[in-house]
Design a protein. Structure first.
Length: 518
């Protein structure tokens, strides 16, 4: 901490920037004697425009590359109520909060820094920063997170390029609990500290700090200073409603959250992309579940387990729903022995990479099965051939040596031929019927209310490997209030379903069964 403070003071003396806030009375008095003025102050949007000349000189958009390598343009709006001016004889730097226009940017905070030099040059920098858990847990004392300097698309003659940028975290102690009204926020009291950051860009030379390299973008030749921009998260703490919601949840669950920080942030992170009440209710439910399943304040359930068991989105409708009691076999059912775990695991469709597995997506599963089944998937117009869970399960059984007969309801076939001439089951409820009739029921099951008790569900799934089948209580279409599909079939490996357990369907669960394999 001491090194950071020393480094800060050295940088600020070069850059012209004094610390925005100081909790120490002696430090404040010293700065008054040296500077005879406070160079950091709040200002108005009108004064900002008057200084730079015109808002037309600003370009509030950035070009970004998506994960699909496609360029997108993001635009921003200035929050004119929060503008800070750092001013000396050489240049003026305005710091202000930006509001991202896109809903997808709720995760991030943005600040715009605009500098006007003595020569009248205008330089713009947009900084994007993502608060870490430490920010949420100590929102008024420690800001940490990921920072990024964004390149703006600017009009001709508008300089914005930066190189050799680095961010320095600055820690200011509150040793004496003395707070002056122009020192900074009123939360700096007692024996704590608060943190803010400065992003420093050196310009065209090789150094990472001002004056280290060649000529900076605005400095004189031979090693002039670059630009220092202040990131003040305390002014931007309300950039995101989601951030405030998460902070509130943290303080309501502080004792547990401190001991389970990774789980807490992973669960609450959902709200950045979905601020619906339904999603918030799920987060509250999840926190309650984790706390109920903790020992000495430490969760007994990992985030990976929770995510696999209680999250995930269904692939959609799995054929026509038929009451299992009405399902018929074209030929008498033959009792068979369960496959071995090795047979089932090897035969079940999945993607294996570097010793890890992940789900094989629905189109690839239908293509693997081939035949009329794949043709039906390609030509599907009513959504009956999008969910592939029962196809995966059928493939796993068939290539483990299990025979599946033609299954139907009157004239409606509930199986269909693949390119290998074998019968593939289309729906989870039909698959469940076949499992019970062929292998007998399993002792590893939950039904009705028990199947909707998350703690009992967790205890059922933990550590088990074999054939997993869940039956939804309400398979009606989602437009009618149901789940929209009959259930789910999967390969469970040491308590983790390859595609997910899907234990939270709309309308609840009728039963969960696991045929444990050896």
């Amino acid at each position: 901490m001491t090194k950071k403070i020393i480094l800060l003071k050295s940088i600020l003396s070069i850059l012209f920037l004094l610390t925005l806030f100081s909790c120490r009375e002696e430090a404040y008095e010293s700065s008054l004697k040296t500077e005879e003025k406070n160079i950091a102050q709040k200002t108005s949007y009108d004064q900002f425009l008057k200084t730079i000349g015109s808002a037309d000189r600003l370009t509030l958009k950035v070009e970004k590359s998506s994960k699909d390598d496609e360029n997108t343009t993001e635009t921003f709006t200035i929050d004119s109520t929060k503008i800070l001016l750092i001013n000396d004889d050489a240049k003026s730097v305005f710091s202000m909060r930006l509001i991202a226009d896109g809903a997808e940017n709720k995760r991030y905070f943005y600040n715009l820094y605009v500098e006007k030099t003595a020569e009248g040059d205008i330089i713009q920098t947009i900084v994007e920063y993502e608060p870490s858990l430490a920010t949420i847990m100590n929102k008024y004392k420690n800001f940490t997170g990921n920072y990024k300097i964004l390149n703006t698309t600017s009009p001709r003659g508008f300089t914005n390029e930066r190189s050799n940028c680095s961010t320095i975290e600055v820690v200011e102690p509150c040793e004496f609990g003395n707070v002056h009204e122009h020192d900074g926020p009123d939360y700096c009291e007692g024996n704590g500290s608060y943190t803010y950051s400065i992003t420093v860009c050196s310009g065209g030379g090789g150094g990472s700090l001002p004056g280290d390299g060649g000529s900076g973008p605005n400095g004189p030749g031979g090693g002039g200073p670059g630009t220092g921009v202040i990131i003040n998260p305390y002014e931007s703490g309300d950039n995101s409603e989601a951030f405030n919601y998460i902070s509130s949840l943290y303080y309501q669950n502080k004792t547990w959250a401190d001991k389970n920080s990774e789980i807490f942030i992973s669960l609450t992170d959902r709200v950045y992309n979905d601020e619906s009440q339904e999603n918030k209710d799920f987060i509250v439910w999840g926190l309650a579940f984790f706390q109920q399943n903790s020992t000495n304040g430490i969760s007994n359930v990992s985030w990976t387990q929770f995510q696999n068991w209680f999250m995930g989105t269904s692939e959609g409708k799995d054929g026509e729903y038929i009451d299992p009691d009405l399902i018929e076999y074209e030929t008498p059912i033959v009792q068979q022995s369960l496959p071995t775990l090795a047979q089932w695991y090897t035969s079940f469709p999945k993607i294996e990479e570097n010793g890890y597995w992940k789900p094989m997506e629905s189109p690839a599963v239908y293509q693997l099965a081939g035949g009329s089944l794949y043709t039906s998937h390609i030509n599907d117009t009513n959504g009956n051939y999008q969910n592939a869970c029962a196809i995966r399960g059928s493939r796993g059984l068939l290539y483990s040596g299990i025979t599946i007969p033609v299954i139907k309801r009157s004239t409606l076939q509930l199986t269909q031929k693949g390119g290998d001439g074998k019968n593939y089951i289309l729906a989870a409820t039909t698959f469940l019927k076949f499992m019970k009739d062929t292998f007998g029921d399993t002792p590893h099951k939950l039904e009705n209310a028990d199947a909707n008790d998350p703690t009992k569900v967790a205890n059922l799934l933990k550590g088990k490997s074999g054939i997993y089948v869940i039956e939804n209580a309400d398979p009606r279409p989602t437009s009618q209030g149901g789940a929209g599909y009959s259930g789910h079939v999967d390969n469970i490996v040491n308590g983790i379903c390859i595609s997910g357990a899907y234990t939270q369907p709309k309308g609840g669960v009728k039963s969960i069964r696991i045929w444990v394999l050896n």
